[in-house]
Design a protein around this ligand. Structure first.
Ligand code: IPD
Length: 268
């Protein structure tokens, strides 16, 4: 099935809304088993798995030819050229979810030939919803998003996050300690997909994080890009696991240069 980005977005929004309802309901009723993954601080709940299963089943029923990459169950078979691969984080912000903090999200993106073409992020606790299609802009509640107008780093509110590996955290902590003296302040909300959406709408001036997985940033990265932000790694690298920086063009250069100077993409 050849679908336009708009058609893929409609599918994504419908399925992500149902997923957000499940996540919210399980949070209210019983989040079930809590297990650890890569480290003792990296948790996964039965709800993460249940939401992922629900989304994968809905996608398979509606679009059997597509592939799916999900945080909890891994990748499906490789997809044919031109076919769609869905990239899913069933609950981004799992630690917030565990504690009942209202900052956790369903993130679902459609990728074709290595390029994300549609994406939706829904804060499952509040119902807030951000969407984008490639070339079609980024939107929240009917309002087109354009990022912050701030141009200087020392006046900027910058979001970031930390991985689960203690050695990586040590390095990230050093970068944090040096950067905090150069910016207005730093926020760590605990869900990368939402951080990207907050930056897209200008509630944060900029965001950076090392060590993200594709499911954390696929949808949010498109939303930030379509809001006119520069989304990239350091020193000309694409945004990815080594580093992702999202900032309005005027802020990107000073933040980028500070992060290079602090070797933010280095370390474990
Ligand atoms: C995590 C969150 C967090 C970020 C971590 C991610 P998860 O995703 O997005 O904000 O700092 O790097 O792994 O584990 O809650 O899906």
């Amino acid at each position: 099935v050849v679908s336009t980005p708009g058609e893929l977005l409609s599918v994504a929004v419908r399925i992500a809304r149902e997923a957000a309802v499940t996540a919210r309901r399980m949070r209210d009723e019983a989040i079930g088993d809590v297990q650890t993954k890569s480290t003792d601080t990296d948790v996964v709940t039965a709800a993460d798995k249940a939401v992922e299963r629900q989304v994968v089943e809905a996608l398979k029923a509606e679009r059997p030819g597509d592939g799916v990459l999900g945080e909890e169950y891994g990748d499906s078979l490789s997809v044919e050229p031109g076919a769609v691969r869905w990239i899913l984080d069933p609950i981004d912000g799992t630690v917030n979810y565990l504690y009942g903090l209202p900052q956790y999200a369903v993130s679902l993106a459609a990728e074709r030939d290595g390029e994300v073409v549609a994406g939706v992020v829904i804060n499952a606790a509040t119902g807030d919803e951000w969407t984008a299609t490639r070339g079609g802009g980024a939107w929240r509640a009917g309002r087109r998003l354009g990022g912050s107008e701030r141009t200087t780093l020392d006046q900027s509110l910058v979001g970031t996050g930390f991985g689960y590996d203690p050695r990586r955290r040590e390095h990230q902590g050093r970068v944090f300690a040096a950067l905090i003296t150069r910016v207005r302040d730093i926020r760590r909300f605990g869900a990368a997909a939402l951080d990207l959406c907050l930056t897209a709408e200008g509630s944060l001036d900029a965001y950076f994080e090392k060590g993200l997985n594709l499911w954390d940033h696929a949808a949010g990265g498109l939303i930030a890009t379509e809001a006119g932000l520069t989304v990239a790694g350091l020193s000309g690298e694409p945004a990815g696991g080594r580093m992702l920086v999202a900032a309005p063009p005027a802020l990107f250069a000073p933040l980028h240069d500070a992060l290079v100077e602090l070797d933010a993409a280095g370390g474990p």
